[in-house]
Design a protein around this ligand. Structure first.
Ligand code: SF4
Length: 236
């Protein structure tokens, strides 16, 4: 498992993938992150300390991933991240959090003395697909509600049941409302190999081949493109 990387892509940053307590909203059909969770607080803190020690602040930007939400870290991990941010002169911290924590996002901005970007995995703006295909529980009326809490979202492309129409609609809404959009192309894992839609991803790559040059948009094969994660899970 590679937990630290220096990503020199569009938004250069150091990236960490840390262990955390289990995601409180398990069940999404495309997510295979259970091995990244632990109930052992000591282990979570030890991993966080060791990996955060590698941060140099080279790009003044740090992304902390954890296969759950930032709120699933013990408070000590928040403190170690804060110490690192201050010691290494980090100006922007990027984290992920489930929409169900939206009313707590401000706790993150209040805790850290730097710019905070909270990415929310919306996955799609098609509520029916999110619920029945992705099995992700997330209630919101539309992008105008999300933008009140964050300007950064993640979309998912490549699950059987998504359509070209729904993806066009997702990209169009995302570009109209949000400052930062991470479009994650589904990789094969234990949960998705039977539902991975290679043809849809092929179509997307052709249809949206210029998307990566649009400011604020990153198109990623999930974490592998950021240089962290378990490589063999991403192999076709
Ligand atoms: S996608 Fe997010 S909310 Fe769903 S199970 Fe994975 S970590 Fe939890």
């Amino acid at each position: 498992m590679k937990r630290y990387s220096v990503y020199e892509g569009k938004y250069p940053r150091e990236v960490l993938l840390l262990k955390s307590f289990p995601c409180g909203f398990k069940g999404c059909s495309f997510c295979d992150c259970a091995s990244e969770h632990s109930k052992n607080e000591k282990e979570i803190i030890e991993i966080a300390s060791a990996e955060l020690d590698k941060v140099t602040g080279v790009f003044r930007r740090l992304e902390v991933l954890n296969s759950a939400s930032f709120f699933d870290f013990p408070v000590q991990v928040w403190q170690i991240i804060k110490d690192t941010v201050e010691r290494r002169g980090i100006e922007e911290l990027i984290v992920e959090a489930n929409w169900n924590y939206k009313k707590r996002f401000k706790e993150i901005t209040d805790f850290f003395n730097c710019k905070i970007r909270v990415k929310v995995g919306v996955e799609t703006f098609d509520h029916k697909i999110r619920k029945s295909v992705m099995k992700k529980e997330m209630e919101f009326s539309g992008p105008k509600e999300i933008i009140k809490f964050t300007d950064s979202i993640r979309l998912l492309v490549g699950l059987k049941g998504q359509t070209q129409k729904s993806i066009r609609n997702d990209i169009s809404i995302a570009l109209s409302y949000f400052d930062y959009i991470s479009v994650n192309l589904l990789h094969k894992n234990r949960k998705t190999s039977a539902r991975h839609d290679s043809k849809l991803i092929e179509w997307f790559n052709e249809e949206y081949k210029d998307l990566h040059v649009v400011p604020g948009v990153e198109v990623l094969i999930q974490r592998i493109d950021l240089g962290v994660g378990r490589k063999h899970l991403f192999q076709q």
